[in-house]
Write a protein that binds this ligand. Structure first.
Ligand SMILES: [Zn+2]
Length: 212
């Protein structure tokens, strides 16, 4: 856990948007800008992917990020590493303390396997990602959807090596903040998942801010 607070104030932000639960968001973040995800009501899972704006095939890589830092959880100081070994973002502040990059995004398939067959048709993060890229003329396609980050999500690994979806450790007002090390495209699904304790069975909005 590395709790580091930010010195940035929302009034100085050049971008300030509240993303409702279950909605996707796709946005450019320029090199040197700072990006904050603010967990307004607590324990909201924010499924996130990053791509180099110049080369979409150079995208967030969970395995390279874990290997480079020697830690499966993300927090202040974590560099988000791309599939080509470049640094996309650096986490510079974090009042939650730990974020998951192992659990992946919920999908119709995982909903039916994890919960029940009748949950297959519920909203999912994979569908939100697909919706966002289908409506943005940005060159991303479904083959660009790979292992993502789940900000604010608590997925501890047990001693026998199993993944558990546990109650969140975030709370209302916690945030994570990161600096873009290159021009990136950020793709978010603010998770609609009602069946997972990670967002307390209650998906809620998040606030997204960018500073120059
Ligand atoms: Zn989800």
């Amino acid at each position: 856990m590395a709790i580091v607070e930010s010195k940035l104030g929302p009034r100085a932000a050049v971008y300030d948007f509240t993303l409702p639960a279950g909605e996707p968001w796709l946005h450019m973040i320029k090199q040197g800008q700072t990006f904050r995800i603010h967990d307004l009501e607590g324990n909201q899972a924010v499924d996130t992917l990053f791509y180099s704006a110049a080369d979409h095939d150079d995208r967030y890589s969970a395995s390279d990020t874990i290997r480079r830092q020697g830690n499966i959880y993300l927090s202040t100081g974590t560099q988000l590493i791309s599939s080509e070994g470049n640094v996309l973002m650096t986490l510079v502040a974090d009042t939650c303390g730990r974020h998951d990059t192992l659990g992946g995004a919920c999908a119709a398939e995982s909903n039916s396997v994890r919960y029940s067959l009748e949950k297959r048709f519920m909203h999912s993060c994979r569908d939100s990602f697909l919706h966002a890229i289908a409506h943005a003329d940005c060159g991303l396609s479904k083959c660009h959807l790979t292992g993502n980050i789940n900000f604010f999500m608590n997925v501890p690994v047990t001693e026998d090596g199993k993944l558990t979806f546990a109650d969140g450790i975030s709370a209302p007002g916690k945030y994570v903040e990161m600096r873009a090390e290159m021009d990136v495209i950020a793709l978010i699904s603010n998770c609609p998942q009602l069946n997972n304790p990670c967002n307390a069975y209650n998906p809620t909005p998040v606030r997204l801010l960018i500073w120059d």
